[in-house]
Ligand binder design. Sequence first.
Ligand code: TAP
Length: 450
Amino acid sequence: MSTFTVIDPATGTEITTLERADIAEVDAAVADAVRAQRAWAALAPVARADTLRAFARVVEAHVEELAALEVRNSGHPIGSARWEAQHVAQVLNYYAGAPERLIGSQIPVAGGLDVTYHEPYGVVGIIVPWNFPMTIAAWGFAPALAAGNAVVFKPAELTPLTAVRLGELALEAGLPEGLFRVVVGSGSVVGQRFVSHPDVHKVVFTGSTEVGTEVAAGCARLLKPVTLELGGKSANIVFADADLDKAAAGVPGSVFDNAGQDCCARSRLLVERSVYDRFLELLEPAVAAWKVGDPRDDDTQMGPLISASHRSTVEGFLDGADIAFRGSAPTGDGFWFAPAVVLAQPGDRIAREEVFGPVLAVMPFDDEADAIRLANDTAYGLAGSIWTENLGRGIRVSRGVRSGVLSVNSHSSVRYSTPFGGMKASGLGRELGPDAAEHFTETKNVFYAT
Ligand code: TAP
């Protein structure tokens, strides 16, 4: 039996050791899920809705416990971890409204009655990364279950603890045995088995573009639908006519939140040349004030990076970089890293590749067209922000930037009620919002001759 150790990134110490599932265990979980799904899909929609609301209530009652577990396992500051656990309950509540609203259509045709149905795929395999272990999982499992599917869910080996607990809470809430199975193990075994298993009918993958491409290729060989939420290199565009104080105050949170280990991190700051120097002057104290430290403290804004090896990767991006200024971080045990602001050129590696750490690349631009060109000068297209007091400019630039999730005069990206996902190398398909449950169904058309 193969095992692995789960580490607390704030201290570098071991939390626990878990067993890795092998292929036989994945297959057993899928077989259980197939059986449970048939009964689940046959339930009255209101019964599925009630069960999801019960799951939401149980999660809600365990917010403090889940948050504390996430702080230990992922190093997220306690305030963020509480928000994440609460968000899981909100997503479940939101999609509890879906079973009764998956409404098909009746299409006028000659000679009979034509009806469409939204039928569940069956079993959905969900593969989740380590950066937001609870929320990203919920974006998949809540609408998938609402639409009548069963779920097999693989957390990242670095951060499996809240996933395991959510699996227990689902049973406590009354979800049928087998319907929602958390399978702990490696991506190359468990994740790949979701891809190749003939009874897993859809895969939702969130993670790197590299692995996502491999998952998509495997799914394509079996004509299995796949949703991909991948990497990002999002731009934060600040025009000279913006409220510069407000824009600068928001920058640290937009890129250093979750220690920059956020697919939506605004890791490129594009500033109109006429206010470039002034904006950097405003930014420096905001970065100095960004509080990096013990994730258990209520006022901590940023914890450690997830692992020693990830910290080495992030450090590598600063080799030879023109560092303008840095924030502070604790020293000693734990995978700490002081946020860094780097002056960059569009062709630099730091301006093009996803760092997935608290590193911001700053570049000037000359006019609106230049800003759009620079913002689009990346393989990715996930998120971004535009700061301007000119409404027309906000509309033009938001239409010109090829990203799936943009905000004007704000740094927000995620609301459970609005669609989320990336263009270009950032992904395929959308999660959240009013249509997500439908994405877990296939449309069937039946013609009844009269
Ligand atoms: P990955 O290394 O791609 O891992 C993501 C998940 O895939 C993990 O559970 C991993 O398992 C599993 N996996 C690894 N190899 C696999 C394979 N061959 N087949 C199937 N599954 C496999 O990414 P990561 O380092 O955890 O996360 C960081 C990346 O995720 C960043 O690029 C980030 O931008 C992206 N991300 C995107 C979003 C959205 S919503 N667009 C959100 C968060 C993160 P193990 O690690 O346990 O082996």
